[in-house]
Ligand binder design. Structure first.
Ligand SMILES: Cc1cc2nc3c(=O)[nH]c(=O)nc-3n(C[C@H](O)[C@H](O)[C@H](O)COP(=O)(O)O)c2cc1C
Length: 355
C-alpha cells in the first residue's frame, strides 16, 4: 500500500513520511529502520562532531541501501557580550547554588553551526537528502551540497520564509507549524512572535511556492497525515510521534513524561538554547527562560543544570522536546509506525471519498 505523491517521487521513497531529524534521539538504527520501511529516515547532525556524523552515516548505510537524510543547523554564531553574559550568569546563580554546583560557568558558544568541516563530512557521506534548520547555508555551500548529489530541504515557519527558500532553490519546503516539537526553524522572524499553526500555514505555503511542500507540526497519526495531504502537502515530517518508538534514544525521564498526563502541557521556550523550541513544561521553562543568551550560547548555562538534575532522577531542567500531538503517540517500532501512519491515512482518505 504505497502512498505515492510528488514527494515520494522526488525522494525515491515509498511513503510520504519523513522521520524528523532529532539529534541524540534518532540513532542510525532508528533512521535506517524508517528508511527500510519506505519512509525517509533522518540523522540530526546539528550538534554532532563531523567525525561522529560520518560514523553514524556509515551505520545507516550498513543497515539499508534506501535513501536517508542528514540535517544541520545553519544559524549565525553570535558574539557574546561580556555584560550580557555576566547578567545571564547572575540569573542562573541561584539555580546552580540550589544543587551545590558552585558558580555558573562562563558562557560560551557551542560550535554547532554548519561549517566547512560539516560540509566536507556531508560531501563524503553523500546522503540522498540534506536538510537544514534556521535557513540555508551560503549559496556556494548549497551548490557544493547539490554537486555531491543531495536534494536540499529546509523548514519555513511563515509564507515569506517559504518563498525565500524557494527563491534560493530548495527542492522542497518543510512548512513547520507552531504545534511542532523541538526548535522552530524560523530565520526571517523571531519564531515566538505569533507563530502560525500547521492547518493555516500549509495551504498558504502550498499556494505560494512551486516545489513540493512537506507539512510538519502536530501530525501524530494517520488522520494527521491524511489532513496534511488534504491541505495540499506532498508528505509529512514527523518528530514527536517517532519519539515514542522503542528505538528512540530518549532520556528515560523524558520518555516517562511523554507517557504521562504532562505530555499535554507543552510550551514554546528559549530557556534551553536561546531559540524558541517546543518542549514539555517544567521548572526550566517556568524559571530559566527570561532574557536568554543568543542561540546556542544559552546551552552553556542550561545543559550542566539539566545533567545535574537528571543525575538526581529529576526532569525539572531537562529539555523534553515535544509537540502538541504528543498524547497521540503510539509505542510501535519505527517500521511499524511508518506502515500504521500510511495505512491509517489511506483509510481516512478512502472513507472521506465515500469508499
Ligand atoms: C526531539 C526533537 C528534536 C528535533 N530536532 C530537530 C533538528 O535537529 N533539526 C530539524 O530540522 N528539526 C528538528 N525538530 C523539528 C522537526 O523537524 C519537526 O519540525 C517537528 O518534529 C514536527 O512536529 P511534531 O514534533 O509535532 O511531529 C525536532 C523535533 C523534535 C521533537
Amino acid at each position: 500500500m504505497p502512498l505515492p505523491t510528488g514527494l515520494t517521487e522526488l525522494l525515491g521513497i515509498e511513503h510520504p513520511v519523513i522521520q524528523a531529524p532529532m539529534p541524540g534521539a534518532a540513532t542510525p538504527e532508528f533512521a535506517a529502520a524508517v528508511s527500510a520501511a519506505g519512509g525517509l529516515g533522518s540523522l540530526g547532525a546539528g550538534p554532532l562532531p563531523p567525525d561522529d556524523l560520518i560514523v553514524q552515516a556509515r551505520g545507516v548505510r550498513e543497515a539499508t541501501d534506501r535513501p536517508f537524510n542528514v540535517n544541520f543547523f545553519c544559524h549565525p554564531s553570535p558574539e557574546l557580550d561580556a555584560q550580557e553574559a555576566g547578567r545571564a550568569r547572575e540569573r542562573f546563580d541561584h539555580l546552580y547554588r540550589e544543587l551545590g554546583l558552585g558558580e555558573p560557568p562562563e558562557p560560551s558558544v557551542p560550535p554547532i553551526a554548519f561549517d566547512e568541516a560539516r560540509l566536507a563530512a556531508l560531501v563524503e557521506i553523500r546522503p540522498a537528502v540534506a536538510s537544514f534548520h534556521f535557513g540555508l547555508p551560503e549559496p556556494d555551500a548549497v551548490e557544493a551540497v547539490r554537486d555531491a548529489g543531495c536534494l536540499v530541504l529546509s523548514s519555513a515557519t511563515t509564507v515569506a520564509e517559504a518563498e525565500r527558500l524557494a527563491q534560493l532553490g530548495v527542492d522542497a519546503v518543510i512548512a513547520q507549524g507552531a504545534e511542532a516539537g523541538g526548535h522552530r526553524g524560523s530565520f526571517l522572524v523571531p519564531g515566538d512572535d505569533g507563530p502560525v499553526g500547521t492547518l493555516a500555514l500549509v495551504p498558504q505555503v502550498v499556494d505560494a511556492v512551486d516545489v513540493p511542500v512537506i507539512a510538519a507540526g502536530g501530525i501524530g497519526d494517520g488522520r494527521g497525515l491524511a489532513a496534511a495531504l488534504a491541505l495540499g502537502a506532498d508528505g509529512a515530517q514527523i518528530g514527536t510521534a517517532f519519539l515514542a518508538c522503542p528505538e528512540a534514544a530518549v532520556h528515560p525521564l523524558h520518555r516517562q513524561a511523554l507517557r504521562s498526563a504532562s505530555a499535554e502541557q507543552t510550551t514554546l521556550t528559549r530557556a534551553f538554547t536561546g531559540r524558541p523550541a517546543r518542549t514539555l513544561r517544567n521548572r526550566a521553562t517556568d524559571e530559566a527562560g527570561e532574557q536568554p543568551l543568543p542561540f546556542p550560547a544559552q546551552l552553556s548555562l542550561s545543559a550542566p543544570l539539566a545533567a545535574a538534575w537528571a543525575e538526581r532522577e529529576s526532569g525539572d531542567f531537562l529539555p523534553m522536546w515535544a509537540g502538541q500531538a504528543a498524547p497521540l503517540a503510539r509505542e510501535l517500532p519505527a517500521a511499524e509506525l511508518v506502515v500504521a501512519l500510511v495505512s491509517d491515512a489511506e483509510r481516512t482518505l478512502t472513507s472521506l471519498a465515500g469508499g
